[in-house]
Every structure is written in structure tokens, then in C-alpha cells.
Design a protein around this ligand. Sequence first.
Ligand SMILES: [Fe+2]
Length: 298
Amino acid sequence: MVKIDALAYVVAESTDVSKWKHFGEEVLGVATAEAPEGGLYLKLDERKYRIAIVKGKEDRYQASGWEVANETAFDAVAAALKQAGVTTTKGSEAQRKARCVQDLLSFTDPSGNLHEVSWGFTTDFARFVSPIGVEGFVTGEHGVGHTVLPAVEFDATWALFRDVLGFNLSDIFRHKFTPDPNEPVKRIYFTHCANPRHHSLALFEMAMPSGCVHIMIEVPSMDEVGRAYDRMQKQGVKLMATLGRHVNDRMTSFYMNTPSNFALEYGYGGLMVDWEHHQAFESTAVSLWGHDFSVGFK
Ligand SMILES: [Fe+2]
């Protein structure tokens, strides 16, 4: 049985890594360190990094890093993907070193999103020290947070995560950008893996040139969200959605743009779910209040 534990990390590509260093330290409040080949690690906890920036030709999202418990679980994922006819690429020694893991494989889902699966993270467990005093981030067994990925090939992409990788549905939302009755409805499936975070992966039935709709990182107090909002304004970072509270994971958050052209949700108070007693549902509203996404289009 395949079991993905958590979204261990995300990888973003950047034409100017120094922008991520500034954004990471001065807006997110994370610690940074140099990574191989001119890259940058963003440290949020005792691990060496939770967000990896790689130097490249584009400013975009690159990969979602899923982790499993051990080598046995890793072999099971590799076998399941092979049996499903999914082409996997074994990580090179340089990749394993850059990602700080024992072993790693990558694959592309039917919508073109790149995923990595790894086991056995390496770290010195140095404590997190924010350069601007942020108290910490909610990570651990819950992973870095969640990622929302474009999924034009929606059914095939969801089938891969559900039937091959063992994800399950948390809830459904159907989105339209305009009141036009001819606009096709786009599905968003919020899905979870083997940890209590309400969703680690959401699939959005639309294209997104930057490769990601948004990622979410979580702080342990509302004041940390407010302080991040202040820093976003002070540093001139673009607001992508106003402060609000989501219906499905009850997260209170705001969204801002990152140097790699996808949004980042900075939130507090996300639901941790007992999956034995969860019923999947469809919500007809995104938020209880707030979260005006129209500001992102201005
Ligand atoms: Fe989110």
C-alpha cells in the first residue's frame, strides 16, 4: 500500500535568486542559506529547508516534493508508479544532495506538473531562527503546508493521485471567474495524504503559466499573519487576496505574489482533521469572510 506522508518541500525556479533572499528574509521572515549551483534554501524549521530556490531561466514553480516514511515506502511508490505506466526518473547524486535526502525519484503528472518523491531527509536539526523575529512555522508531520496546482487534464491527474499515490478527497469547490453562463465551471479538489492537514494538494482545473496557483505556509499565531501583512505592504509586495478565512480548512490568511510569479498564502489556524471521521463535502463559497481575489487582477 502506497502512503505519501506529507508535502516535504516545494521547489521554485528564479532568474534572480537575490529577490527570493529578500522576500524570504524580509517578508516571510524565514532564514536563508546558500544552496548548490547558486540556489537558495528557505529554512522554516529544524530542516535545512522547506522551500528550495534553483537558479534558472524562468521565474516559476518547479516541483512539489512529497515524502514517504522510509526506503520500503519509497520502493512501494516507485513500483506503483511503474505499474500505472508512469515514467519515473531516479534522482542523481547531485539531486539527492541538493534536496538533502537519501533517495529521490521524479515524475510528471498528466497535467504537466513535476513531482519528486523522497525519503530520509538530512539535517543538522539547527533550530529555526528568524532574521526578523517570526516565532516559527507549523510544519513537522504536517509538511511545509499545501500546494495548489493547475490540472487541465483534471480527471487523469486526480486518478493518479487517488488511485496510485493514495490521496483522498477532503472537499470540492467549483469555480467560475465570471457570471457568464457560457463559462465552463472549473473544479478544485482539495485533497489530503497521510497527515492531518486539511489539504496538502489541491488540483485546479485550469492552466497556470507559472506552474502553481499558490502555496501555503502556516504560522502559529494570528499576530504573525498580521505582521507579515505589514511587511508585505512595507516591502511593496503585490497583494493577491485580502485577509479572509477559508470555509474548508478554516485558515485565516492573505495571499501575496512571490518572486517566481505564483502566489503564497500566509495563514494561521488551519484545520487538522481526523480522517476516520471526515466526510468529503462540496462547498459553494471559498471563504467565510474576506479573501477578495480580485485585487490580484488589478
Ligand atoms: Fe490555500
